[in-house]
Design a protein. Structure first.
Length: 261
């Protein structure tokens, strides 16, 4: 009697199990849970800076890509000043930053923040800073020319001075069509200074002339010199005012003086 009951219970248990299996098979499938933000890998965040070299003082653009709704996003680098990000669309942020006064080299740019579910986000980029070749300071001239005046009239005297730092220079002179003889040799004081006196030629015409300076036989400078061969043309007699006109004695508006008695 017990065996019969045992078999009957076993059969009932198997039947129930089969029915449950059949019902699950024909029913609506259980939906698979959607992935949460916690599955976002660090690679889902990205920071972008210019790939070409930049110089200290440049204002550059910084772009950040991260899951929409991310918080506390911050970009930092030893090569950049303060970076302020402005939210855009579809999980993007943008901002500008000024390149710091740093040495030439490659600098890391770091992005930190958190995804909507609190997962930490990290990303890095490289920024290359290169100041470039600094302009070379102009090479100072080894010799200089100075005239006591840049204007003269026929017969005027002009003092000419040439100074040089070249110790090998033993002689200096100037040439100009404005000066009598065309060439003026200068006297050396033994310390790199040469002086002399030029005379404006009596046959010179009004105009501008070049004064070429030579040191050690090499021309190193040209000065401009102007000549007025007919007096100063800028000085003109001012016309008399009507009240300043005087009528000569013995004449009637003729402008002539009376004849001698």
């Amino acid at each position: 009697m017990r065996k019969a009951l045992t078999l009957t219970a076993a059969a009932l248990t198997a039947s129930l199990a089969l029915g449950a299996t059949t019902a699950f098979a024909v029913g609506t499938p259980t939906p698979v849970p959607s992935p949460t933000a916690s599955t976002h890998p660090a690679a889902s965040a990205r920071v972008e800076v210019p790939s070409s070299p930049v110089k200290p003082g440049d204002a550059i653009s910084v772009t950040v890509t991260a899951p929409a709704g991310s918080k506390n996003l911050a970009v930092s680098s030893a090569s950049l000043g303060d970076v302020r990000l402005t939210p855009g669309k579809d999980g993007s942020w943008s901002g500008t930053a000024k390149v710091a006064d740093v040495k030439d080299g490659s600098y890391g740019v770091s992005l930190t923040g958190s995804a909507p579910d609190g997962t930490k986000l990290q990303a890095t980029a490289q920024l290359t800073v290169k100041k470039g070749d600094a302009p070379k300071p102009p090479t100072p001239a080894s010799s200089s020319l100075r005239l006591s005046t840049d204007f003269g009239r026929p017969g005027d005297k002009v003092t000419v001075t040439v100074k040089t730092t070249d110790k090998d220079v033993k002689d200096a002179y100037v040439k100009s069509g404005a000066f009598a003889g065309g060439r003026v040799d200068l006297k050396n004081d033994g310390h790199g200074t040469f002086t002399g006196t030029a005379t404006v030629s009596k046959d010179v015409r009004t105009g501008y002339y070049g004064v070429d300076a030579f040191a050690g036989g090499k021309k190193f400078d040209t000065a401009k010199f102007s000549v007025d061969a007919k007096g100063n043309p800028d000085v003109k007699p001012a016309p008399l005012k009507p009240s300043e006109h005087k009528t000569p004695k013995g004449s009637v508006n003729t402008g002539q003086a009376p004849a001698d008695a």
